[in-house]
Design a protein around this ligand. Structure first.
Ligand code: NAP
Length: 246
């Protein structure tokens, strides 16, 4: 098992890519903190992990709230003694074309996808510096690399988390902390299920593999980057998008 006894926090771990990542990490031997907003979603992921013989704990955390994020790290350390891996996965969309986007849509997405990632990254890095080691992985997107119609706010944040990953890799390497970003293509989750069939078909046609992705594809990438197999990989962005270019 590649993550045996590692302590991993997955934000947005209640569903979609986060839930799949939490399950994968538990299968690889990690003790997983499933951190999310919705108690029922969290409980579902935790019980799936436990039924499969894994180890998980639930934490209700809003990543935009500094105090809750600090408590998440403190509670994890109180329970397990350390934080080895943080998957900065929680993210939202609030789409509109530039000419129609409301300030509230901009603010909401920036708050979760950028400030939330900053909050979690900073709190985790402080703990990881103490323990002289750790891995932080930020959820970017194909949209962060290429832009996307109707997603000014989302694209800005997903490019922004790459900037944070590269900056943190430079600042934190001396404490044996690796930081990378993963840029998924279009992955079948509750986030993309909201999209019109026509758009999903179009996305599929952009991949040379003629396929959309599944949460497990991203979970596998996180598991690799979190493991010691990736010990020499930091400050990079790994595209997991079936070769699609928007
Ligand atoms: P999802 O199914 O919508 O799940 C996101 C999870 O994050 C939800 O459980 C959500 O909780 C939670 N969340 C939202 N705001 C939060 C907050 N403030 N604090 C804590 N948790 C919060 O999304 P997904 O498709 O799995 O995407 C996961 C990540 O991958 C996101 O960062 C997304 O941008 C990125 N990504 C996804 C795709 C894709 O095609 N699906 C592609 C590229 C990148 P609630 O449901 O209770 O709001």
């Amino acid at each position: 098992m590649r993550l045996q006894d590692k302590i991993a926090i997955v934000t947005g771990g209640g569903r979609g890519i986060g839930a799949s990542t939490a399950r994968k990490f538990a299968l690889e031997g990690a003790k997983v903190v499933v951190a999310d907003l919705n108690e029922e979603d969290i409980a579902k992921t935790v019980s799936e992990i436990e039924e499969a013989g894994g180890n998980a704990v639930a934490m209700v955390v809003n990543v935009t709230d500094r105090e809750q994020v600090d408590n998440m790290i403190a509670n994890t350390v109180a329970k397990f003694g350390r934080v080895d891996i943080v998957i900065n996965n929680a993210g939202i969309t609030a789409d509109a074309q530039l000419l129609k986007m409301e300030e509230s849509q901009w603010d909401r997405v920036i708050d979760v996808n950028l400030k939330g990632v900053f909050n979690v990254g900073q709190a985790a890095a402080r703990q990881m510096k103490e323990q002289q080691g750790g891995v932080i992985l930020n959820a970017s997107s194909i949209v962060g690399l290429y832009g996307n119609f109707g997603q000014t706010n989302y694209a800005a944040t997903k490019w922004g988390v790459i900037g944070m990953a590269k900056t943190w890799a430079k600042e934190l390497g001396r404490f044996n902390i690796r930081v990378n970003a993963v840029a998924p293509g279009f992955i079948m989750t509750p986030m993309t299920e909201k999209m019109p069939e026509k758009v999903l078909e179009m996305m599929k046609s952009k991949s040379p593999l003629s396929s959309l992705g599944y949460p497990e594809d991203i979970a596998n990438a996180y598991a690799f980057l979190a493991s010691d197999e990736a010990r020499f990989i930091t400050g990079t962005v790994l595209s997991v998008d079936g070769g699609a270019v928007l």
